[in-house]
Design a binder for this molecule. Structure first.
Ligand code: SAM
Length: 219
């Protein structure tokens, strides 16, 4: 995954900007840019709703960020002036509904999906923001966006490992009674793999909704 959460380009192929809220991500991104020998990328650390920049960009692109922002409409509204008329605003955010629905046939897979969903929801994350971006773009004064929903599906151990790794990283934040429903954490990965293998079915990971629009002249 990219360490930076959103980026813009200034209309010149030689000039990229990337923004991030976390110093650690920025340090890693800067190191990668140096390693790649790039001299046309700049970084800014800022809250997404409070970016100060005098430049106007061709595009602003972000992934898995707006779900954590208290007021995504205000953030979109504040980003809009950074884009030139005809420029593009594009975000990719989650929707858990298809993930939960398509997990329902496997009890353990569904329990893990439900706990991941609930843990993010309780933390304040907007777990259906992918779909909600349709009205959020418009409330921010932007046109009705184009949208596409993408959903990874798989069945091999490498795929089930993605879900295990996520629930493992969330473990300190999971409610104790939810943890109990998963049984012994030390065997969870093997049990997930076993359930998927026996079912001979494909299982989903959370869906990502891509949402984008062109900024109209005069907006
Ligand atoms: C799940 S990570 C996504 C990272 C990356 N965009 C990706 O797709 O791999 C969420 C990111 O949102 C950032 N974030 C959360 N709230 C933010 C805010 N109010 N302003 C800026 N960034 C924020 C965090 O710093 C974190 O880097």
């Amino acid at each position: 995954m990219s360490p930076c959460w959103w980026r813009g380009w200034s209309g010149r192929p030689d000039k990229w900007w990337e923004w991030s809220a976390i110093s650690r991500s920025l340090a890693r991104a800067r190191a990668r840019v140096t390693e790649a020998g790039l001299h046309n990328v700049s970084f800014i650390q800022a809250d997404v709703g409070e970016v100060k920049c005098d430049l106007v960009f061709d595009a602003v692109v972000g992934r898995l960020i707006l779900q954590f922002v208290p007021d995504p409409v205000a953030a979109l509204r504040s980003l809009s002036p950074l884009i030139r008329p005809g420029g593009v605003l594009a975000f990719q955010e989650v929707s858990y509904a298809p993930y939960l629905a398509l997990s329902a046939h496997l009890p353990l897979w569904f329990a893990v999906a439900s706990i991941i969903h609930e843990t993010f929801r309780r933390s304040g994350a907007k777990t259906e923001i992918g779909i909600d971006l349709f009205h959020m773009f418009q409330e921010a004064g932007l046109p009705a966006p184009a949208m596409v929903l993408e959903m990874p599906l798989g069945s091999d151990p490498g795929f089930t490992r993605l879900v295990y790794d996520l629930v493992h990283s969330l473990r300190p934040h999971i409610q104790p009674r939810d943890l109990e429903t998963l049984g012994d954490f030390d065997t969870l990965r093997q049990r997930l793999e076993g359930e998927v293998a026996i079912s001979q079915s494909v299982v989903p990971y959370m869906a990502l909704v891509g949402t984008w629009c062109s900024k109209p002249e005069g907006a």
